[in-house]
Design a protein around this ligand. Structure first.
Ligand code: 13P
Length: 257
């Protein structure tokens, strides 16, 4: 059975003190890994090392929100896989819609990052998702296919074994508009079929596909209760323990049901 993953993407929020406080509250409340729920936090780069100290003895895992694909050198402003590992990261989000649409990241760039992160031993959370205009034009599945094929180009089954996919419809991010459970399940089912055809059914059965986009305590259980939804990638509601812990609890309830 696939283990639920509940991940908080803090985006460009918090500061040193508030981030440490938030992580501390989660470290106390995060369920032990044997409950079938993994918890991940992805703070901004400057706070990773400090948060690592806060969560290192807990079940809370640490991830970054992005990474660069080169190992070192003259890449002003960028951060390497080894640097992330050095400060205690086990995971990295790659291809988030804000990186794609605000920073102009292409599938080619995302693929280089995915390959570098896997080679360095980080667990990749690869984000895919369509714009509202693409959904309205009936292009959701073809957009997802393109992003999956681009992001995972030349990535073997062995290399992809720890990759997590996050389906984040762009129109649902930070808008308060959540995909309906049916819309989420339909996209997740499509993504799993894509993995079956690109890799195989056994692998597709194992890969985790998270939903992201206005996940809150009151919709988490129904979304994560869909057969092909294996957790949540949470933005706004990951910034306060009282909002994020109930989402972890919803996953815990589903995992134990
Ligand atoms: P919100 O939960 O704020 O909609 O953000 C979702 C997201 O982009 C997580 O990566």
């Amino acid at each position: 059975m696939r283990r639920f993953l509940v991940a908080g993407n803090w985006k460009m929020n918090t500061n040193r003190a508030s981030g440490a406080e938030l992580a501390g509250a989660l470290a106390v409340n995060a369920p032990a890994s044997e409950t079938g729920v993994e918890v991940l936090v992805c703070p901004p780069y400057p706070y990773l090392a400090g948060i690592s100290d806060v969560v290192s003895k807990s079940a809370v895992q640490l991830g970054a929100q992005d990474v660069y694909f080169e190992a070192s050198g003259a890449f002003t402003g960028e951060v390497s896989v080894e640097m992330l590992k050095d400060v205690g990261c086990s995971h990295v989000i790659i291809g988030h819609s804000e990186r794609r649409h605000v920073m102009g990241e292409t599938d080619e760039m995302i693929n280089k990052k995915v390959k570098a992160a896997i080679a360095g031993g980080l667990t990749v959370v690869l984000c895919v998702g369509e714009l509202l205009s693409e959904r309205e034009a009936g292009k959701t599945e073809s957009v997802l296919d393109t992003q999956m094929a681009g992001g995972l180009a030349d990535v073997s089954e062995e290399d992809a074994k720890d990759v997590v996919i996050a389906y984040e419809p762009v129109w649902a991010i930070g808008t308060g508009v959540t995909a309906s459970p049916e819309q989420a399940e339909s996209a997740h089912e499509h993504l799993r079929k894509w993995v079956t055809s690109r890799y195989n059914a056994a692998f597709s059965d194992k890969i985790r596909i998270l939903y992201g986009g206005s996940v809150k305590a009151d919709n988490a259980e129904i979304l994560m209760g869909q057969p092909n939804v294996d957790g949540a990638l949470v933005g706004g509601a990951s910034l306060k323990p009282e909002l994020f812990i109930p989402i972890i609890e919803a996953a815990r309830k589903l995992a134990n049901s």
